[in-house]
Design a protein around this ligand. Structure first.
Ligand SMILES: [Zn+2]
Ligand SMILES: [Zn+2]
Length: 323
């Protein structure tokens, strides 16, 4: 009888404000118990990893376009260590060298030199090779943090972060799902940043500016990769903390910077802008197309010459040395 009484007085929200769909999504267990929930976790954490890479490693530390308060930069450093194993001085050094020697044989990851497929699929290998060169680190790491946490943990134990992440994922998810979530999280930057940005960002897309390198804006909507998609704009103005230049371009990293500014955690140091117009962009695209046609013609001429030499050698071999 008492049970009946207690059932009657138990609070239940009115049905009108608590439809079944809200009930379903308020129960967040779907995030850890279904494949689509796990995929959502991978995408959201991956996006945050790229955001930390773009804001902290790229715009703040490498190019000094924005200054981040320690309350913003510290969590980003920890996040990057856990999700990627990357440390500041290696990333900054490799990227500064990319800008200094872009599209030459000194460029650590130029698709023009090594081929786009190499950088798209094996970009992380090129990054690691460059990061392992002490001369590169010595020359290009000025201004990077050199505190005890960097020297004692982030640099000497770079793979400990992703191992901790694996243990956390195995506890939160089932062992199989946890492993796949972890794999998606740790492969996010090698694929999207080292592969897509470094590979396709110098291969496909449109150009607002004619610069000496082959950089391109992959798409105008920089939302998934925090604005890193706008790579041609970035090569034109490397120090600018804002990557978008045209009215329809979206730089999500810039939005994050504005949010941090609002709460006093970021100070914008440099914003550069030279509004490209359609005429300018069309001219740049035309010049670029002409360059490509010229390159293809030279390559074809060279191939024809080599083929001719090969035929000549074969003919001589058939006829004998006296001919
Ligand atoms: Zn580049
Ligand atoms: Zn850069």
């Amino acid at each position: 009888m008492n049970f009946h009484r207690s059932n009657r007085i138990r609070y239940s929200p009115p049905r009108s404000i608590c439809p079944a769909i809200i009930n379903q999504y308020m129960n967040l267990s779907f995030l850890t118990h279904t494949w689509y929930g796990a995929l959502l976790i991978v995408v959201v954490t991956g996006h945050l990893t790229i955001m930390c890479t773009s804001l902290y490693l790229h715009r703040a530390m490498t190019h000094s376009g924005v200054r981040l308060h320690p309350l913003a930069s510290w969590p980003m450093r920890w996040w990057l260590w856990i999700f990627t194993g990357m440390n500041t001085r290696e990333w900054v050094s490799v990227h500064r060298k990319h800008h200094a020697f872009v599209e030459t044989d000194q460029d650590p990851h130029s698709p023009v030199i090594y081929g786009w497929a190499q950088i798209l699929f094996l970009g992380v290998k090129y990054y690691r090779n460059a990061a392992a060169d002490p001369e590169t680190i010595e020359k290009y790491s000025k201004g990077c943090p050199d505190d005890v946490i960097e020297r004692k943990l982030f640099i000497p134990h770079k793979f400990l972060g992703p191992i901790i992440l694996l243990l956390i994922d195995l506890v939160i998810f089932s062992p199989i799902l946890g492993f796949f979530v972890w794999a998606g999280q740790v492969l996010w930057v090698p694929f999207w940043a080292a592969g897509i940005v470094n590979g396709l960002g110098h291969t496909i897309g449109y150009r607002n500016y004619k610069v000496k390198d082959a950089s391109r804006n992959i798409i105008p909507f920089g939302m998934l990769l925090s604005g890193e998609e706008l790579h041609n704009n970035h090569h034109k103005f490397p120090s600018s903390s804002r990557f978008s230049q045209r009215w329809f371009e979206v730089d999500m990293g810039w939005w994050y910077i504005q949010l941090l500014r609002l709460v006093g955690l970021a100070k914008v140091e440099i914003v550069q802008h030279a509004a490209p117009n359609f005429k300018h962009a069309a001219l740049a695209a035309k010049e670029n197309a002409i360059e490509r046609v010229h390159e293809a013609a030279v390559a074809a001429k060279e191939a024809a010459s080599q083929a001719k030499t090969a035929v000549h050698v074969v003919t001589n071999a058939k006829l004998g040395p006296e001919y």
